[in-house]
Design a protein around this ligand. Sequence first.
Ligand code: TTP
Ligand code: GDP
Ligand code: 5AD
Length: 557
Amino acid sequence: MVKLSETAIEILKARYLRPGETPQELFERVARAVSEAELLYGPASQAARWEEEFLKVMENLEFLPNSPTLMNAGTPLGQLAACFVLPVEDSIEEIFASVSLMAKIQKTGGGTGFSFSRLRPKGDTVKSTNGKASGPVSFMKVFNCATDAIKQGGKRRGANMGVLSVNHPDVKEFITCKTDGKSFQNFNISVACTDDFFQKALKGGEIELINPRDGKVWSRVKADELLDLIAESAWKTGDPGILYIDEINRHNPTPALGRIEATNPCGEVPLLPYEECNLGSINLSKIVEKGRINWEKLERLVKVAVRFLDCVIDVNRYPHPEIEKMAKGNRKIGLGVMGWAELLIELEIPYDSEEAVELAERLMGFINRKAFEASAELAKQKGSFPNIDKSVYRGKTLRNATRTSIAPTGTISMIAGTTPSIEPLFAVGYVKRVLGGRRVPFIEPLLMKKVKELSLQQLKEILESGTLQRAEGIPEKIKRIFKTAHEIAPEWHLKIQAAFQKHTDNAVSKTVNLPKSATPEDIKEIFITGYKLKLKGVTVFREGSKEGVVEFKVDQE
Ligand code: TTP
Ligand code: GDP
Ligand code: 5AD
């Protein structure tokens, strides 16, 4: 039987449980629906065996799939993936076809990403009407409004990623389109930055802004000035983020099928148009036993998880035939982790230490390798992904074009009762306002586990400041392992991100937290460091710059 926290039960009740369903029944529904994929390849006994395995890892909160799988598996909706990228081509018909498909996906709780880079710039000519084009930012408003409307009826708020190439003539308007703090609330935005752009930003030089309609140079701009503008906007509101688009394409497993231009909303999955990806995460707090990592257990979990995510592709109901073709052609999955901060605390390793960076590499290296092996093994039983000969894995046996991805696990980490993704603790204590204005104190249970007892004075200090650092009488060693997101220097956020990225096929969703006093110049440095560290994307969040990164989560509504 599954044991859940009160918070977890509240979340499940709000959106995840079917009418009359218990949490236990939810996991049974998911295990049954997903394991049905096995019937396509083997006898019923095999499906039954995997149903049991899938149920066990979910019940134990050792592995959870992304929210749409929990919500929709075994239901008539049946759409199980969290991540989509849809094409936006340069005609009214194609733009609105994309809005329509977005709406259909958002009804099911999936997140959608778009590159708007193919749209002709504002002011360019439109032949049929002899008028002027409105440009990408203007059409993004249509997507944003449609999402607003669907919010009322869907499973959860829509979440979008809007990407524009740094070489698009409207890039400045795009960079600043969220700085009023009000517009595009249903979008995260990212600028797709090339190596050439960063080289010129570093050495001095201009980049060409090119009209995608005819490939002609529209104007030129100093790379350094553009990077300043991005940093300034991100300083104000957190947006835009950066996509290191050339690094992403260096790792594109199917370059013959096209260049990658966009990602899903939180950035962890770079995808081609019409591609989707289903995610799942291993709860790292469950692999620590007596102060050590149980590597055999981790290996077992990776194998079950890879099989689970691969089964999802076979039982999924696809919102569009082209999406089904891409999903079944490449069979991308994204296995990630949650509870990294909890694992570090259990092992008494500070987040901002070389030891943590080394462990991150070792751990994710292990997961990535085992996921690859599991996918190769699956290919022997069920066949390689159909596009394998058009991929970088040509000649090999492999079931999935990508295996790993680090998602934010915003909701599933709360269901599992651990820290999200690879993020540090956000606070060790705070006062939460609940419905009716009541104030409820919260102290991080992991802290209580390590210190056993706190004086009234210490409690007060922690609740007021959210941190341990100023509380008296707490050992230095404890203070060191309980540093919160804002107290950890940006370079350590980046180093941990880079350590995970090195061993992740897709990308890593990560927020680099900054104190309120951080400057646009600091943010520019972070973007340059991200480039040098070979990251695929970087997002910053400066304390107090807004209520939070675009909050899609159900419990915040
Ligand atoms: P289309 O619908 O393809 O218009 P068209 O057929 O006249 O195009 P072409 O000039 O290539 O022959 O839209 C082209 C682009 O112009 C697309 O980005 C949408 C934009 N557009 C507007 O912004 N406003 C309009 O009123 C129209 C018709 C198009
Ligand atoms: P979780 O499974 O709900 O914990 O989702 P994550 O926080 O790990 O996010 C993974 C991906 O799911 C994101 O990158 C988005 O693509 C999608 N997603 C997350 N939250 C939302 C949401 O509130 N609405 C929609 N439509 N998609 C979301
Ligand atoms: N680009 C990419 N990811 C983003 N996120 C927020 N804004 C952006 C953006 N502009 C991601 C953060 C965090 C999650 C909640 O959303 O990286 O992990």
